[in-house]
Write a protein that binds this ligand. Structure first.
Ligand SMILES: CC(C)(COP(=O)(O)OP(=O)(O)OC[C@H]1O[C@@H](n2cnc3c(N)ncnc32)[C@H](O)[C@@H]1OP(=O)(O)O)[C@@H](O)C(=O)NCCC(=O)NCCS
Length: 234
């Protein structure tokens, strides 16, 4: 997106967020763009926040590849929240262009993900189809072109409820919008996941649909629409 358009978009974004935008965190934390030096801590938080999830089962090496892919891909967007001691307490990642991101991942990094998941496959060979899906399935994307995908967000258990999650989502949305996305989407479990569903609803995401995965997992898909560009923005 040309920078003149990005500038045009800025006031619209803040207007859109009026009423829900809060930039402070209720502890002393600040936001930074995801960088290579954060990856190990982000992986640790992921493992703490999603103890029994499939990506955690694949292990820290796999997760390192996963989070690093958002640094390498030109459409990757990632942020971390850092506390007073300089420790990462939360992270969000996702591509502005999910289709391009997954195509590039498949083309350039498939081998790195294979190597990173060898341990998990040896422990449980039946995971191979699920592994493929975890890697290259971007969730059914909603209708309408140009939506960014919020792939993962996690806040360390001890730091949850302090505003870090809100800050991460809003920063990620603002950057996706700045880079020209028309909106965003994400998927999350429907069942036994009320707090997370309430979290997204409270941040202005709208439940678009629910569906059941091949493994029988009931999922909710949320969308967030950005306002159209002002007419004079070109
Ligand atoms: C979901 C998650 C990212 C939220 O981050 P967080 O830092 O705890 O959330 P925040 O403190 O920024 O809360 C933001 C808003 O959501 C609400 N919220 C957060 N957790 C909530 C809960 N358990 N129940 C109800 N509301 C909740 C807060 O009340 C807050 O609203 P407010 O700002 O109007 O007070 C975090 O809890 C987490 O990492 N969970 C485990 C991993 C996970 O499930 N990730 C999402 C997968 S799709």
């Amino acid at each position: 997106m040309p920078s003149s358009v990005a500038r045009e978009r800025e006031p619209v974004f803040w207007l859109m967020m009026t009423g829900s935008l809060r930039t402070e965190v209720r502890t002393h934390c600040h936001l930074e763009m995801l960088a290579r030096r954060h990856i190990d801590e982000v992986v640790r938080i992921h493992l703490q926040s999603f103890p029994s999830f499939f990506l955690s089962f694949l292990g820290s090496r796999f997760l390192r590849e996963f989070y690093s892919s958002f640094l390498v891909d030109p459409t990757g967007v990632g942020y971390v929240v850092i506390d007073d001691d300089g420790k990462v307490v939360g992270a969000v990642v996702g591509p502005v262009d999910p289709r391009g991101y997954f195509q590039r991942l498949l083309k350039h990094r498939w081998w790195a993900f294979c190597v990173a998941s060898i341990g998990a496959v040896l422990r449980r060979p039946t995971i191979i189809p699920r592994l493929w899906q975890a890697l290259f399935y971007r969730g059914e994307s909603p209708g309408g072109a140009g939506r960014a995908l919020l792939s993962s967000i996690a806040v360390a258990p001890a730091a949850q409820g302090c505003g870090a999650g809100r800050l991460l989502v809003q920063a990620w949305l603002a950057e996706a919008w700045r880079r020209g996305a028309s909106g965003a989407y994400l998927t999350t479990d429907t069942e036994a996941n009320e707090a997370v569903n309430r979290f997204y609803c409270g941040l202005g995401w709208a439940l678009e649909t629910s569906y059941v995965t091949r493994e029988g997992r009931r999922m909710n898909r949320y969308i967030f629409d950005f306002p159209p560009l002002p007419k004079n923005s070109g």
